[in-house]
Design a protein around this ligand. Sequence first.
Ligand code: TLP
Length: 339
Amino acid sequence: MINLLSDTVTKPTPGMLRAMMAAEVGDDVFREDPTVNALEVKCAGLFGHEAGLFCPSGTMTNQIALKVHTRPLDEVICDEMSHIFQYEVGGYAFNSGIGVNLIRTPYGILSADLVEAAVRPPYDWLPRSTLVVIENTCNKGGGGAYSLETIREIHAVCLKKGLALHLDGARIFNALVAKGGKPADIGAEVDSISICLSKGLGAPVGSVLVGSRAFIAEARRVRKAMGGGMRQAGYLAAAGIYALDNHVERLLEDHTQARRLADTLAELSWVENIRPVETNIVIFDLKPPTTPAVFLDYLTKHGVKASAFGPQTIRMVTHLDVSSDMIGQAIAVLRAYSA
Ligand code: TLP
């Protein structure tokens, strides 16, 4: 199977497994796991933040960030396509008692003007705008990345209006590889970042939340309340450290393979609206009467997995476990499809 369902599907490489087996571990609830501690320090340091917190998932790091940055009846400003709104089960309302103020953009990339216009005036009868969330890269938007300049401008609005800025950086290294620049440059513009190790970086499990010492101290309490305090989690943290040391530069390869898929799709008569491909995600629409159910069934029968991402929309994601040859085969399968 050529599995293009998501970049979450990767299996640990032999080198990663060796690093996991060799990990020194302890009970992380007592902060006695040296490998978890090392991963948290490494992530915080990379992005120029004071502290980090290792969590089981990107959903948990995002949800903890929402909880710590807001109070009930507050509102978070984010794109309508953002993961915190679309794919976290409405957790913002459940966990934090807050609402969302959704901005519509073509590809999920906000601008300072749009954010500023969405900030509510301070009337008693309105929700209070206290937080902005940006997603870099934006998954549902097709994996587009923010320029550092845009993040700076959004940050300036947040400072002016007294809002916190959280970055859903599930694929922040894809963004950095695509746009260039250093993690700390982005880190300097945001109050907290959720960094996923289990997406393009290829670790089996885990995300790290980074922020100020005070923010992470509170986040640690919320993680425990959510049931996310892990014990000998160093085996997983070791995979994350290995991924950060070995799997960042190679993301460019995934971007090249995504580009090949997109270039092929652009030639096919039954495809429309291919979102601009900048990283490892390819999103496009099927022209009616082709439906995702029929198309995905065809793909599966020919050894390719992809997913439906809307009524007419398909997503394909490239990653560590799909080689250039496999993309070649997937391209042949796409070319052979007749609507
Ligand atoms: N995204 C998954 C699905 O939930 C859609 C995927 O296959 O892409 N932020 C962003 C931008 C994400 O894309 C994801 C996962 C998360 C957060 C949540 O991460 P996990 O799955 O670790 O909870």
